[in-house]
Design a protein around this ligand. Structure first.
Ligand code: NOJ
Length: 477
């Protein structure tokens, strides 16, 4: 090659090198060949997910008792716009219509959760016939429409009466939760085989007992550690109860997880990354795998030992049939004296010049590949992506929502899931968060994650372009 040609090539390469790494990553990602549902294999599960408090509404109807989220959202100033889940998407009355949408989009699985206080209004004691019947109706409707129900037993709506007694920070909760799991699995276990004990313990314990952003709004490191230990014990106990009660059960639980990078290269922030990884990715799964709590990388966790009683370490272990992973963003971490305990902080995505969604979560498709690789190092036979999705500013115009950014998001994330699968990661399914727009916790109704748009005034559903994209993508299967 002539010198002149080299110069031309270098001139082209220089602007490319000047681009932030993530842009290059996204560009490479987009050039991944067109994905095809068939490439995931015939047995791969495709589903959509939701959760009781985020969709049901009917917060005090038919005998339901109040949950911590009813209490928290009814306090002024906790939630964006003072929104609450009193009506949500009215799934309580519209479940048949929504299950028909699951079917219409060619999805085979519907993941929803049971609201504990519909079954036991006070958390324990007397049960509520109408609430019990309601979930029979939802399950029967799924089965009638040929959709497989996947049930989460706990998606954050703890009975308020139990919170009044300390909630997850009170060790008695292991017993309270066990009774609830026992009841539900005996009641519905002949119809439902796929169960998830908990949804994202790191989120409900961390945000609810340490940072106070979520119900019950507590900010107390000791309560956080107590709640962590009791949650882990209850999760394993819940797994054992399901296995015992449900013939041919497929028992799982779900964890939030994020790939974590250091803010600065070199070794400066590597320790901070390890500490964040212990807190965000490892704390809740490792005890169930018999690895104990990751106290070595996060010494502040050692204080949890004071809550560990004899026999607990064995009780923490349970071999789940599948592990649900839920991935939304990448974390970038930096050494810091604030906040204490972990001596590390996260650098928000909007301070890093990277693509973000409506909630300022970084859109980083390679993250799902990297985190799948990370979790595949554990002794886990089956992984399911039990949640992945994105919120953008959707505009409803002439009965359509042209959410091309969301379609691109799914293409890019799915390409990375497939890449991991092709490299031997045992990932067996992918559930979209979410079927419909819904109540997004402290952010209220503003972020819209659905494949289906919901007008929260009229409750009218409109399938977004991304929903149709999924329908067509899956029709090849
Ligand atoms: C995970 C939670 O399980 C779900 O409830 C929430 O809406 C999504 N993350 C999006 O933030």
């Amino acid at each position: 090659m002539e010198r002149r040609d080299w110069l031309k090539i270098s001139a082209l390469a220089i602007p490319l090198l000047a681009l932030p790494k993530t842009y290059i990553g996204n560009w490479i990602n987009k050039s991944i060949k067109q994905i095809n549902a068939k490439d995931f294999g015939e047995d791969f599960l495709w589903g959509a997910a939701c959760a009781s408090y985020q969709v049901e509404g009917a917060w005090n109807v038919d005998g339901k008792g109040p949950s911590v989220w009813d209490t928290f959202t009814h306090k002024k100033g906790e939630i964006h716009n003072n929104d609450n889940g009193d009506f949500a998407t009215d799934f309580y009355n519209r479940y048949a219509e929504d299950i028909a949408l699951v079917k219409k989009l060619n999805l085979k699985v519907f993941r929803f959760s049971i609201s504990w206080t519909r079954i036991f209004p006070d958390g324990i004691g007397k049960e509520n016939e109408k609430g019990i019947k309601y979930y029979h109706n939802v399950i029967d409707e799924c089965l009638k429409q040929g959709i497989e129900p996947w049930i989460t037993l706990y998606h954050w709506d703890l009975p308020q009466k139990l919170q009044d007694r300390g909630g997850w920070a009170n060790r008695d909760i292991i017993d309270w939760f066990s009774k609830y799991v026992d009841f539900c699995t005996k009641e519905y276990g002949s119809k439902v085989k796929n169960w998830m004990v908990m949804n994202e313990p790191a989120a409900f314990v961390g945000l609810g007992y340490m940072l106070g952003y979520h119900a019950p709004g507590i900010k107390n490191p000791y309560k956080f550690l107590q709640a962590t230990h009791h949650t882990c014990l209850a999760m394993a106990e819940g797994g054992r109860i399901i296995r015992n009660n449900v013939d041919k059960a497929n028992v799982g639980t779900t964890f939030s997880c994020s790939h974590i990078d250091p803010y600065r290269t070199g070794s400066k922030d590597l320790k901070a990354v390890k500490r964040l990884d212990a807190l965000l990715n490892r704390l809740y799964i490792e005890p169930s795998l018999g690895l104990g709590y990751p106290t070595q990388e996060l010494p502040a966790l050692k204080r949890i030992n004071r809550y560990i009683l004899e026999g607990d370490l064995e009780r923490l272990e349970f071999k789940f049939d599948f592990i649900g992973l839920q991935n939304y963003f990448r974390v970038v971490g930096k050494k810091s004296v604030f906040p204490p305990y972990i001596w590390a902080k996260q650098i928000p995505a909007n301070k890093r010049d990277v693509p973000v969604n409506e909630m300022n979560f970084e859109v980083y498709p390679e993250g799902i590949y990297k985190i799948l690789k990370q979790f595949s190092k554990y002794d886990i036979d089956n992984i399911i992506i039990t949640e992945n999705g994105v919120c953008y500013k959707d505009v409803l115009e002439e009965n359509s929502v042209h959410d091309s950014e969301r379609i691109q998001f799914f293409k890019d994330y799915l390409a990375n899931v497939l890449k991991a699968k092709n490299e031997g990661v045992p990932v067996k399914g992918y559930f979209i968060w979410s079927l419909t727009d819904n109540f997004e916790w402290s952010e209220g109704y503003q972020p819209r994650f659905g494949l289906v748009h919901v007008d929260f005034n009229t409750q009218k559903r409109t399938v977004k372009d991304s929903g149709y994209w999924f329908r067509d993508f899956l029709s090849e299967n």
